[in-house]
Design a binder for this molecule. Structure first.
Ligand code: RUB
Length: 303
């Protein structure tokens, strides 16, 4: 119970951040919550599973990877049977989801690193484990390149990226967010992560992502989105917009004067026209082809 509540708190406060880490921590929290529980009635188990899942999904609204992972586990649990068999099926499905993240992470790192060549400068924004994974893989392959990254106000996730890269001995130049044009015009590639990908191929990622993609277009810098394919948002097929998380104004300005309204919008949509390709565990695809490929590979995601 304690681990479950702590995970909720850490996700809400963005101590656990990035779509992959949020989904992984949520699945681990479910495993931990149910690990020593026995149920006499299936309805009691199902209602507990559903209320805990709902609380996890509400922590970060812009996270289809988390929602899809929970749907995957729900599908495997089924709706009837011996409650303790259902719990076993839940554990099995949670382990499969964790395995999926591991395989996806490795494949994205391998494929993403193939885009990096000696002497390149790569721009990135915020902190994406999919992006840092590819950069670290390229470094392991002995490639010599440099990363330009943003600090990512207001929560400075860019510092997590910069620290991680420095630790991996990858040269990194850190810019204030408004220095992104100056940084991008020197770069050969832009790598960003994704929180959600819609049926129209729009990518939702940290606020600033489309602005930087527009700058990248001006300088002919191709934009690659590195993302686990389970970030596809099936609700978008039915025209339901992906919710865009708004966070507390206090993160931007703790004691703002009266009369100043602060809009702390956490994410934004990136137009598919600005994206060279989406790199997922399925391969390198244009946003349009990515959507066909993910729906073909995981039919349950669209149901
Ligand atoms: C993080 C962010 C990341 C994506 C992808 O925002 O926008 O680019 O989540 O990350 P926040 P990953 O810090 O608000 O969660 O590739 O690790 O899934």
């Amino acid at each position: 119970m304690i681990k479950f509540e702590k995970t909720l708190r850490d996700i809400k406060s963005v101590k656990i951040q990035g779509a992959e880490s949020v989904a992984k921590a949520s699945i681990e929290a479910l495993i931990s919550y149910f690990s020593k529980k026995k149920f006499k009635k299936e309805s009691v188990f199902l209602s507990k599973f559903s209320s805990l899942s709902k609380r996890l999904m509400e922590t970060r609204p812009t996270e289809p990877l988390l929602r899809n992972s929970i749907r995957f586990v729900e599908k495997e649990i089924g709706s009837e049977g011996d409650p303790n068999e259902m719990v076993k099926r839940m554990f099995g499905a949670c382990r499969q989801a964790l395995y999926h993240y591991e395989v996806a992470e490795k494949s994205i790192a391998d494929i993403g690193s193939n885009k990096i060549e000696d002497g390149m400068k790569i721009f990135t924004h915020c902190h994406s484990s999919s992006v840092t994974g590819s950069l670290k893989r390229a470094k392991e392959q002995g490639k010599k390149f440099e990363v330009f990254n943003t600090e990512t106000r207001p929560l400075f996730q860019g510092r997590i990226t910069a620290k991680e890269l420095a630790k991996a001995k990858i040269p990194v130049k850190h810019f204030v967010d408004s220095g992104a044009r100056v940084a991008l015009k020197e770069c050969d590639l832009m790598f960003i992560g994704a929180d959600a990908i819609t049926s129209e191929g729009k990518v939702i990622n940290k606020i600033g992502s489309e602005m930087f993609a527009l700058v990248a277009e001006k300088y002919g810098v191709p934009v690659y989105v590195l993302a686990d394919s389970w970030k596809f948002d099936p609700q978008s097929i039915y025209g339901i917009p992906e919710p865009i998380e708004k966070r507390s104004s206090k993160e931007v300005w703790a004691k703002a004067p009266k009369g100043v309204e602060i809009l702390n919008i956490a994410f934004e949509r990136v137009n598919p026209d600005l994206i060279a390709a989406i790199i997922s565990e399925l391969g390198v695809y244009t946003p349009e082809n990515f959507v066909s490929e993910v729906r073909r590979t995981y039919p349950w995601l669209s149901r």
